[in-house]
Design a protein around this ligand. Structure first.
Ligand code: BGC
Ligand code: NOJ
Length: 811
């Protein structure tokens, strides 16, 4: 069952009912001002940091669901309603929500009044625009009142929902004409305020929530709206809001347009005040003026569209299969931008309080984003590296506002450092910009301790070498990529988090996954060394990689698949000898990606075991058999009921590792089958089962052991976005940037006749046509570039600003 449809020409997902099985959200903004918006106009916005600069308030896990957003109410005679359906939930004659790239348009109609609400954040601006078109579709003149409503957050989102003894006394606003300013804490250490304006005179306003709603009422029936009059309330403490009341008189067929701006302003400390107690509003005036007319707003909207057109033009495929093309060309790339911007901080499943920019997460997000805006990827890599510890280890996250690393959500994850090498390698392969390696970057954000970026990568590599266990495999630390495999935690205290609790200083628990990663990433590090003339280092690194390969072959293989780990006591994890958790997905992916077992059948056997034991109709589950009881020596993974999260859900993040591994062994049909099982565009058909957005990847889909297999959770902010993009574009379609050019090495279903790709790479446009006359999955027989046959399938980086025509014949 579906609740909408894709409109590929407009690059939108069109939701046709407000009764989606869950709020389906979108993101607005691209850099500093960011917003979440649901198909009910729910959600919130913030400046840079969802925790420290929250602009509007949202209540997570509220009842009813999805309460709090940018709400408009129409008061029409005795009736009142909201064009976004929420919060009034009054029946609509027409409802439509169009989620597009960086904008959302929600239209609702009742009693012949239609309201189109277009929400977007203009490129490079710190505001949300709410552009309303109100049309009288009846044959009579209509006199109606429109009320706006947003609720301010008192900036620090955690305090805002906990520290009421203070908060209820701090709230302050200013009202000037049609603009409501929120200035809580501006009198002291804050240099920022926000405002909500409308480009027309108002007939009234409210800034005190309880006055507007009525103390014992909810958003669904504010007393002001019910009575059809604002109270002109001024908030002092309690909960400041902004609500305008506008009187509209519409002739039959008439449309009127209104522009609301929800803006964020920072003032220089010495320019905070106009006079005592009155904020300096110069910057707000400018912003309001800039978007005061519909033409200005339309132009800003066009600019946003052009921005995305240009970005998406960098990679465009036509396979003739819409479900593939719309993911690759539109939604997967869009999601990669969103994950790049937000890491795992703010979604409808991430509260914006728990996590900032994850070290491991953000490095992986770069893999799917780097081709879009390489300069931003570069900056991010350097920011991440600046939080690295001197011994090569890493803080697990940093707060975006301060860019300083911290251990608030845990530390000592021994896979972390390797991801920095991977992101840097992807950056260099994309851009050919080797200068990044010479950048001077601090350790631990300390300007006194600096090293070149290359030095950072070297320390990352040797962090693994310096932390090996009894089998010569990497010590796991708190956990590896699988945050829930806590082999040293032994937690008995329900009041502590597995991620931050005391951890034994284990010198035994080893991760075969980090071992596989080390070989995969390490090979690239060796190439970096060679290319930069560090031959001795390259030799030494290669020696460690060879040793690691040996260790994996000797101690990391279990007969039919790769083991997952050794625990604190030196016992096997992910082995046929275990009663539960016999086989895990991660090592089958990473060890094959590292090329281990390709020559002796181990790789094929591992992948066949994945098919046999882990594959399901909804994707590949993480582990089997699922753990049915808490095992103290394995940690959080066994805390989840079977089929959920790391305990045997389909983790959409690591399925692509198997897709890539299948491409490496040349099985294109299987790689594609795995891709399509979890691709949102395919799952759209079962939206009622899948439950969350059908246009973006989720972190997990409930596994076969769960109560409702196929039900997905944790949409949007997940490494699934980047890795699925890499698996599809670089391995299945096989268009893979390399140090010295663009490699073309597809691994597709044998039935495909071919495909076309437009790829912008290092300042040249490659128009690639792949033909598959012999119906093979893999193998390139001939490559012709601009009419000349090439000696190999590595196409040079022309970097000449021109278009090139590439014909590839498989066979
Ligand atoms: C989740 C993981 C997550 C970790 C860190 C755990 O509860 O299961 O998926 O990575 O928390 O936030
Ligand atoms: C989600 C986290 O964001 C990511 O870092 C981790 O690797 C996965 N969960 C698996 O535990």
């Amino acid at each position: 069952m579906k609740f909408g449809y894709f409109d590929d020409s407009k690059r939108e997902y069109i939701i046709t009912t407000p009764l989606t099985p869950y709020p389906w959200i979108n993101y607005l903004g691209m850099q500093d001002f960011l917003s979440l918006i649901s198909n009910h106009a729910g959600g919130y916005c913030f400046y840079k940091d969802a925790r420290l600069r929250r602009i509007t308030r949202f209540r997570y896990n509220n009842v009813p669901l999805d309460m709090g957003g940018r709400y408009f109410y129409i008061k029409d005679g005795d009736d009142f309603w909201s064009p976004s359906w929420m919060p009034t939930r009054k029946d609509l004659e027409f409802y439509q929500c169009r989620h597009g790239l960086g904008y959302t348009i929600i239209t609702g109609r009742r009693n012949g009044i239609e309201v189109e609400q277009k929400f977007f954040v203009p490129v490079n601006e710190n505001c949300e625009i709410h552009h309303l078109k109100i049309t009288n579709m009846t044959n009579n003149k209509k006199d109606i009142k429109l009320f706006s409503f947003i609720e301010f957050c008192l900036w620090n989102a955690l305090d805002d929902m906990t520290n009421f003894q203070r908060n209820f006394s701090t709230g302050e606003v200013e009202i000037e004409g049609s603009v409501i300013y929120h200035k809580t804490e501006y009198r002291e250490r804050r240099n920022h305020y926000s405002f909500y304006s409308v480009n027309t005179p108002i007939a009234g306003f409210d800034t005190d929530r309880d006055t507007f709603l009525g103390l014992y009422r909810g958003f669904e029936n504010p007393v002001a709206v019910e009575m059809g009059k604002s109270f002109n309330s001024e908030a002092h403490g309690w909960s400041p809001i902004a609500s305008h009341m506008i009187e509209l008189s519409l002739l039959p067929g008439e449309t009127t347009e209104l522009i609301f701006i929800l803006g964020y302003i920072e003032n220089e400390p010495d320019k905070k005040w106009l006079k005592k107690g009155i904020i300096n509003k110069e910057k707000a005036y400018k912003m309001i003026e800039k978007f005061s007319k519909p033409e200005d707003v339309n132009a800003a909207f066009e600019k946003l569209k052009e921005f995305w057109n240009r970005l998406l033009d960098k990679f465009n495929v036509s396979t003739g299969i819409d479900k593939v093309d719309r993911m690759v060309n539109i939604w997967n790339q869009y999601q990669c931008m969103v994950t790049f911007n937000l890491s795992r901080s703010a979604s409808y499943f991430e509260s914006g309080i728990g996590r900032g920019m994850g070290f491991r997460d953000s490095n992986q997000d770069i893999l799917g984003f780097v081709h879009q805006i390489p300069e931003r990827a570069r900056e991010r890599i350097l920011d991440l590296a600046a939080t690295q510890l001197e011994d090569g280890g890493a803080y697990h996250q940093y707060q975006p506002l301060t860019k300083r690393g911290n251990n608030e959500i845990g530390g000592n994850f021994n896979d972390d450092p390797l991801w920095l090498i991977l992101s840097t390698v992807h950056y260099i392969k994309e851009t050919g910009d080797w200068t990044i390696l010479n950048e001077m970057v601090p350790f631990e954000n300390n300007p006194e301790k600096v090293g070149t970026m290359f030095e950072h990568l070297k320390r990352a590599f040797y962090h693994v070498v310096n932390n090996l266990g009894p089998h010569g495999l990497p010590l796991i630390g708190r956990a590896d990529w699988n945050d829930c495999l806590n082999l040293n935690a032994f937690s008995t205290n329900p009041d502590e988090s597995f991620q931050t609790c005391d951890n034994k200083d284990g010198k035994t628990a080893e991760s075969v996954m980090i071992a596989g990663m080390f070989v995969y990433v390490g090979k690239e590090f060796v190439k970096l060394c060679e290319k930069t003339g560090n031959f001795e280092l390259a030799k030494d690194a290669q020696k460690h990689i060879d040793n690691m390969k040996e260790a994996i072959l000797n101690y990391g293989y279990d007969g039919e698949w790769f083991l997952r780990a050794y625990d604190y006591f030196g016992n096997k994890v992910g082995s046929k000898e275990c009663d539960e958790g016999k086989i895990f997905i991660e090592t089958q992916g990473f060890c094959v990606m590292a090329g281990i077992g390709l020559d002796d059948g181990k790789a094929i056997s591992a992948l066949d075991s994945v098919k046999k034991y882990l594959d399901t109709e909804h994707g590949i589950v993480l582990v089997q058999p699922a753990f049915t009881e808490y095992k103290i020596h394995l940690g959080e993974i066994t805390s989840y009921p079977p089929g959920y999260k790391e305990n045997a859900a389909v983790f959409c993040h690591n399925n692509p590792w198997i897709m890539i591994a299948e491409c490496i062994v040349g099985r294109g049909d299987r790689a594609f089958e795995y891709w399509s099982k979890i691709a949102p565009s395919y799952r759209e058909e079962i939206s009622d089962v899948h439950k969350i957005e059908p246009y973006v990847y989720c972190q997990m889909i409930a596994g076969k052991d769960a109560y409702k297999p196929g039900e997905a959770k944790n949409s949007w902010l997940t490494g699934s976005a980047a890795w699925n993009f890499v698996a599809m574009t670089q391995w299945i379609l096989g268009i893979r940037p390399d140090f010295d050019g663009l490699l073309i090495d597809p691994c597709i279903p044998a039935s495909w006749e071919g495909f076309k790709v437009k790829r912008v790479f290092r300042n040249s446009v490659y128009n690639i046509e792949v033909k598959n006359p012999n119906k093979v999955s893999k193998g390139v027989k001939k490559v012709i570039v601009d009419g000349n046959e090439m000696p190999s399938n590595l196409i040079p980086a022309f970097s000449d600003g021109k278009e090139h025509f590439v014909q590839v014949i498989m066979g």
